[in-house]
Design a protein around this ligand. Structure first.
Ligand code: AMP
Length: 199
């Protein structure tokens, strides 16, 4: 048995959250248990930089500075990734969208497939905790500079997406200042997937 919502297939969700909120960890844990891909645009871009592809050469400096890659480039990256067959049964996006324009692009891509987003999960962590987590990693000064810039960019460009998804009744807020497993359980609740039924 098990319809779409019950076994987690058909989950098409985005994870929103500031740098160091644990969103990548959560995306991977949840996607693994649901058997759907966790798509991290940050990982895709870092891979492109490491491989020295045309894309990687174009975005390398932007990543190093903690700025955002332009929306047009990101639209192509995400459109191509979502066209791969492994997304047919659902996916979790980690790091996309990061601007309102990107959110509109995602809505369009899904609409073309006759699909909608299941939910936008916002992982909420107080800023003081984010900074403490960054320090705990023993970053050097220059890395801390980049971390601050990433936080600033998040506040300015990405945090407004919380309101964007709230207006569309798709927002679910999860307290991220808790042990990893508790956050994971709460995300399953918000996705409407009974945790007992996933691997
Ligand atoms: P992340 O691992 O998600 O923190 O992403 C690392 C870096 O990749 C970010 O600081 C940005 O420079 C870039 N990046 C990742 N996703 C996006 C996106 N959706 N829009 C613009 N830039 C992005």
């Amino acid at each position: 048995m098990g319809g779409e919502a019950e076994d987690g297939r058909g989950v098409r969700a985005v994870l929103l959250g500031p740098p160091n909120s644990g969103k990548g960890t959560q995306a991977r844990a949840i996607a693994r248990r649901l058997g759907i891909p966790a798509i991290s645009t940050g990982d895709m871009l870092r891979d492109a930089v490491a491989a020295g592809t045309e894309l990687g050469r174009r975005v390398g400096e932007v990543l190093a500075a903690g700025e955002l890659v332009d929306d047009g480039t990101m639209a192509r990256v995400v459109r191509e990734r979502l066209a791969r067959p492994d997304t047919a049964a659902g996916f979790l996006l980690d790091g996309y969208p990061r601007t309102e324009s990107q959110a509109e692009t995602l809505t369009e891509i899904l609409a073309e497939r006759g699909e909608e987003l299941s939910a936008a999960i916002s992982i909420d962590v107080p800023e003081a905790i984010l900074v403490a987590r960054a320090r705990g990693r023993g970053r050097e000064d220059d890395r801390e500079e980049v971390m601050r810039e990433r936080l600033r960019v998040y506040r300015e460009k990405t945090a407004p997406l919380v309101g964007y998804y709230e207006k569309r009744d798709q927002l679910r807020v999860v307290d991220g200042d808790r042990p990893v497993e508790e956050v994971t359980s709460q995300i399953f609740v918000e996705l409407g997937v009974p945790e007992s039924e996933v691997a």
